[in-house]
Design a protein around this ligand. Structure first.
Ligand SMILES: Cc1cc2nc3c(=O)[nH]c(=O)nc-3n(C[C@H](O)[C@H](O)[C@H](O)COP(=O)(O)O)c2cc1C
Length: 225
């Protein structure tokens, strides 16, 4: 039986896809479910661009990769990762990266291959549907609540997608180039990109898709009183 716990447990980020878009009616069903995500004051602060136009996706990817190649580290609306990595997050981050490169047989010092793997984010891992999630800049001007709401929206999208056999990968890599995405899409001035989610059908033969980083035990993250 497909239970919610099963769906949550079985989801994992997929980083190789078949070249097949998610049909419009399935995208709508996923987004309709995601629309039910709770938000403070029922504000529904998410603003989604659901893109399956391969030219547009290529243009966004090209623009980001060009920007990276020109030496720009980020052009973002929000800073996703901590500026100062402290314990235990630094170790968890390192272990997750090391695990992925080890599985793929990539030396940590092989900068070229690692860069290529990172650029693959902007080739959408071969998928043909990507949701770009924005919010109104006014919502995050001196406040963070909308970020909490939009994070919950992300998880609802990914879990709802599972119902239709659609795999996903959340992307903070696009967060770092949010202004580049906004430029290519020519979005209204008041919008800020928060993240994207790649959606599609995993390539079951791709080794990278077997990567399932473990979680720490509850004793490390929960205090029962
Ligand atoms: C907000 C957010 C941003 C992420 N950004 C990226 C990304 O840019 N590229 C990527 O390959 N994975 C990205 N991930 C996936 C994480 O690496 C992944 O969720 C984590 O390692 C746990 O693995 P799992 O999703 O397979 O359970 C992101 C996840 C989240 C929640």
């Amino acid at each position: 039986m497909q239970t919610i716990i099963n769906t949550i447990t079985n989801r994992s980020s997929k980083r190789a896809y078949l070249a097949k878009p998610v049909a419009r009616d399935i995208q709508e069903k996923i987004l309709k479910a995601a629309q039910m995500t709770p938000s403070g004051a029922n504000m529904q602060p998410w603003i989604t661009y659901a893109i399956s136009d391969t030219d547009v996706l290529k243009n966004i990817g090209d623009a980001i990769i060009d920007k990276m190649n020109s030496g720009v580290e980020h052009e973002q609306f929000i800073q996703y990762y901590p500026l100062n990595w402290v314990a235990p997050y630094k170790k968890r981050r390192l272990e997750t990266g090391v695990g992925l490169y080890k599985l793929m047989g990539v030396d940590r010092k092989d900068y070229d291959t690692r860069t290529k793997m990172w650029h693959n984010n902007f080739r959408w891992f071969g998928a043909q549907t990507v949701f770009f999630i924005f919010t109104d800049k006014a919502n995050i001007d001196g406040a963070q609540g909308a970020l909490i709401d939009c994070g919950a929206y992300m998880q609802t999208i990914m879990l709802a997608a599972q119902e239709f056999g659609v795999d996903s990968c959340p992307q903070g890599s696009t967060t770092e180039f949010g202004k580049v995405v906004a430029d290519v899409l020519n979005t209204p001035e008041n919008l800020a990109l928060l993240y994207s989610v790649v959606l599609g059908y995993e390539d079951k033969d791709a080794k990278i898709n077997s990567y399932k980083p473990e979680r720490v035990p509850l004793s490390e993250t929960v205090t029962f009183i």
